[in-house]
Every structure is written in structure tokens, then in C-alpha cells.
Write a protein that binds this ligand. Structure first.
Ligand SMILES: Cc1ncc(COP(=O)(O)O)c(C=O)c1O
Length: 456
């Protein structure tokens, strides 16, 4: 961590508040973040033990490695694995293709792996076509400006991910933000803006929007909430707006077949104009996709900044996703995919119900594998994360600026790979911390009946 010393004649490079904040707040509690790991982030993860001799300015390694229960990774289906069929297929692909194709997709970067991946994905999602990209973040930030431009109206959920926000900011479109998952507010914004049309027209003339887009996520990773998809689809049809849905946290993790929120609500995939998702979470890989109509995808193949001007997805990364998709689709001839989808759903419901019994406040939908426990204060994030690590459990502390100052939380991500014993141990420790740190804020009546894991 460096202290900025201004060069003479230069304005301050780092924003003053950020510098103050990192030095006097974040520096003292830095041990709660950026923990180096030295294993695959599966149901367990191995931390490289470290300590700070100078209150967080620097860290030194002790040379020890500590195995912890991993409640921190978005490893929803447990496919973050260094052994097994997916890892083997990824390794095999390196022997054939190397680790990079050395070009963009439209040059010489498209190989058999990309073709197979896109065709499997198209079938899995029940769409006409799909295109994949090397990075999830770029899938949003570079494809949104490919589709949206000046004269368009974007109505975006206030909790949308940074990659969406960056993407819409460069479009030149007018951006309106609606309250999180608030369909009434979304409709008000649609009505107001359709009535007013494009702003700043000569002589106050009415000019309709070129296109209107509603942009939402399936599951929100800081809230654990699930988009109110059926109602939003109804609105998009009523007002003839296009719907862009980011399923980064629900593809694989939600729905009876693991096909995301569209599957969860049993909606028609055709009603979502642009389906976006990433492979970093449920697939234990990297990259992103956009799926939809043939026309949309062929337009993106020719025009997308993320495809035409960025390296193709590396073959072993594609191979891992192909192997996972085959398992989810039962093409491996086993029930493994089904079992993992069911295990995640069971772990999620069990853990959430038990947390409610403890009396902590949790946000989000009962079926959402992202579970934020509200602790509110920064000091409580710190005591919770530290105590959990001492007890060999890793979670993610989330505070300002990722949340409002007094809405700090501990984010837990459940996985199909977690065992009941692991979850019970974690719940026991969380209850102890909740007593010590005063986290039992919930006023909801607690259901005293035992929660039976196998009946869920
Ligand atoms: C909703 C959402 N969209 C997009 C991304 C970016 O994806 P990636 O991390 O795979 O680059 C993330 C990342 O976590 C995300 O949460």
C-alpha cells in the first residue's frame, strides 16, 4: 500500500477521500480481504497464512497453509475442481490447441471448441443462437455499446453490476435508474420517458426513442434477490422495450434444469431479447455469452467489440465449459448434473432456514444461493470475518463503497459441493459470532421446529 506524495505542479492523482479512506479505514482492516489462496476454490479452500507487523501496511507469510470451509466463492455447482472429467478435458484441449488461439474470433481465433461450445449452449438455453467471449465483464461492457447508442433510452436496475454500468455509460444513450426490483417504479419511468420522448429537440418537438432497453440481472450478488422476471416481461411487451438479462449468478444455479431465472419462472426464453451470462460462477471457468435470436447473434459476430477486437476465449477455458454443459445436459450418461442442481437447491434452502432460526437478518429470495447476512457496521464486518477465519471458515465481507456506508454485510455463497456437516459447523460458528458481536437483529418470529436436511 503506497502513500501518495504529490509531484510538484501536478494535481492529486488519487481522489482525496479515497486516499483518506484507504489509509485510515481500509488499511487497518485489510487482513479481511485479498487473502492469497493456494488451492482450487472448491468446498474447501487453502489460505496462505499471513500476518501484518505494521497494522496493515504490509503482510508477511508465516509459511503455513490453512484449509478452510469455503463459503466465499461463486462455485455454485461445485465445478471449480482440479481433478475429474472437466479438468481432464481442459488439460487434453491444451495438448491439442495450446492455451491461446492467438487471435480474435474473426481472424483465425475460432476453433472447433468455440463451435461446439456455442452449439451446446444454444441447445441448453433453448435459444436460436449464442456467441461466447473471453471475459464476462467485457461481455456486458463491450456488447451493450454494440447494441445501444445515442437516441436510445436505457432503464437500468439500481443494483446492476459495474460491467453493465460501464457498458451503458459509453453508449451515449439516456440512462434512467429504477429502484431495485421495483416494477412499479420501472413502469413509471417507462411511461414518463415515452411521453416525453428524446430530450432537447428543436422547438420542443416530440421525437420518439430509437429503442428502449430494460436491463436487469437474474440474481443480484450483493442482495441475493431474484429479478421479478414475469412482471418485467409483461412490461417490456406492453411498452415495446427490449429486455437485456444478465444471468451471471443464476445460469446453472437457478431453475429446475439449472437454466437460470427463465427456467426458474418457467418463462419463454424468446421473451428475453438478450440473454447474457458468465462462465465464471457455476461453470468454474471464465468468459461470458450472449444468447438470443439468429439475427442478434450474427450481428454481434460481425460488430461486437468483445469479439472483433479481443482475443478469443482460450481453448482450455472453453473445454471446461463444454464438459460442464454436457454433465448438466446428461450427455455424460450420468445423473451428476441433476444431482448437483438438486444439492445446491437443498443446501440453499437448508442454510437460509437455519440462519433465520439463529435470528440474523438475511436478504434475498429463499432459493437464492447468494446469502447476505446484514451486520450493518464496518466494525462488525471485521469481527465476523476475522472470527470466521480463526474458525477456518472463509466468507466475503462487503462494505462501503460496494454497499451504502451502514449496510455492511457478510456474503455467503452456497455450493452443491458443501456437505451438511460443513454447513452445520458453519452455522454453529455463525451463531456464536452473532451472539458475541450482536448480529441477531431480526424481529421475525423464529420457527422452532428442526429443519430436516433430507426433506427439503
Ligand atoms: C452480474 C454480473 N455480471 C457480469 C460480471 C462479470 O463477469 P466476470 O467476472 O465473469 O468477468 C459479474 C462478475 O462477477 C457479475 O456479477
Amino acid at each position: 500500500m503506497t502513500i501518495e506524495k504529490n509531484r510538484e505542479g501536478y494535481p492529486t492523482l488519487l481522489d482525496k477521500f479515497a486516499a483518506f479512506y484507504s489509509r485510515y479505514v481500509y488499511r487497518r482492516i485489510r487482513d479481511c480481504w485479498n487473502y492469497p489462496i493456494c488451492s482450487v476454490p472448491g468446498k474447501d479452500v487453502v489460505l496462505k497464512e499471513r500476518y501484518t507487523p505494521d497494522n496493515g501496511w504490509t503482510f508477511k507469510y508465516t509459511g503455513k497453509e490453512v484449509k478452510c470451509i469455503n463459503l466465499a466463492s461463486y462455485n455454485y455447482l461445485g465445478f471449480a475442481e482440479s481433478t475429474g472429467p472437466c479438468a481432464e478435458f481442459a488439460i487434453e484441449s491444451i495438448y491439442k490447441y495450446g492455451v491461446s488461439n492467438g487471435a480474435t474470433r474473426i481472424q483465425y481465433g475460432t476453433c472447433e471448441m468455440h463451435k461446439e461450445l456455442e452449439s451446446l449452449l444454444t441447445e441448453f438455453l433453448g435459444v436460436e443462437d449464442a456467441i461466447t467471449f473471453g471475459m464476462g465483464y467485457a461481455t456486458n461492457s463491450l456488447n451493450i455499446p454494440t447494441l445501444i447508442g445515442p437516441g436510445c433510452l436505457v432503464i437500468s436496475d439500481e443494483k446492476n453490476h459495474a460491467s453493465i454500468i460501464v457498458g451503458i455509460r459509453v453508449t451515449g444513450a439516456v440512462i434512467k435508474v429504477f429502484k431495485h426490483n421495483n416494477v412499479k417504479h420501472l413502469e413509471e419511468l417507462l411511461q414518463e420517458n415515452i411521453i416525453s420522448g428524446q430530450p432537447n429537440q428543436p422547438d420542443g418537438q416530440y421525437k420518439p426513442w430509437r429503442k428502449i432497453f430494460i436491463i436487469v440481472e437474474g440474481v443480484y450478488s450483493m442482495e441475493g434477490s431474484v429479478v421479478r422476471l414475469p412482471e418485467i416481461i409483461a412490461l417490456k411487451k406492453k411498452y415495446k422495450a427490449y429486455l437485456y438479462l444478465d444471468e451471471a449468478h443464476c445460469i446453472g444455479a437457478m431453475g429446475r434444469h439449472g437454466k437460470g431465472v427463465i427456467d426458474y419462472f418457467d418463462c419463454d426464453p424468446k421473451d428475453v431479447d438478450i440473454q447474457m451470462g458468465t462462465f465464471t460462477k457455476s461453470f468454474g471457468s471464465a468468459g461470458g455469452y450472449i444468447a438470443g435470436s439468429k439475427d442478434l447473434i450474427s450481428y454481434l459476430r460481425e460488430h461486437s467489440y468483445a469479439s472483433c477486437h479481443a482475443w478469443a476465449m482460450p481453448p482450455p477455458v472453453a473445454a471446461q465449459i463444454i464438459a460442464v454443459l454436457k454433465i448438466l445436459m446428461g450427455r455424460d450418461g450420468t445423473e451428476e448434473g441433476r444431482k448437483r442442481i438438486d444439492a445446491l437447491a437443498r443446501n440453499t434452502r437448508y442454510f437460509r432456514r437455519r440462519l433465520r432460526q439463529i435470528g440474523v437478518i438475511i436478504h434475498g429470495n429463499d432459493d437464492s444461493p447468494v446469502v447476505p447476512i446484514l451486520v450493518y457496521l464496518y466494525s462488525k464486518i471485521v469481527i465476523t470475518v476475522r472470527t470466521l477465519i480463526e474458525n477456518k471458515i472463509v466468507t466475503v465481507g462487503v462494505g462501503y463503497p460496494a454497499t451504502p456506508l451502514y449496510e455492511g454485510r457478510i456474503r455467503i455463497c452456497l455450493s452443491a459441493a458443501h456437505t451438511k456437516e460443513q454447513l452445520d459447523y458453519a452455522l454453529e460458528v455463525i451463531e456464536k459470532v452473532a451472539d458475541e458481536a450482536g448480529l441477531k437483529h431480526s424481529r421475525r418470529p423464529r420457527d422452532p421446529r428442526p429443519v430436516e436436511y433430507d426433506d427439503i
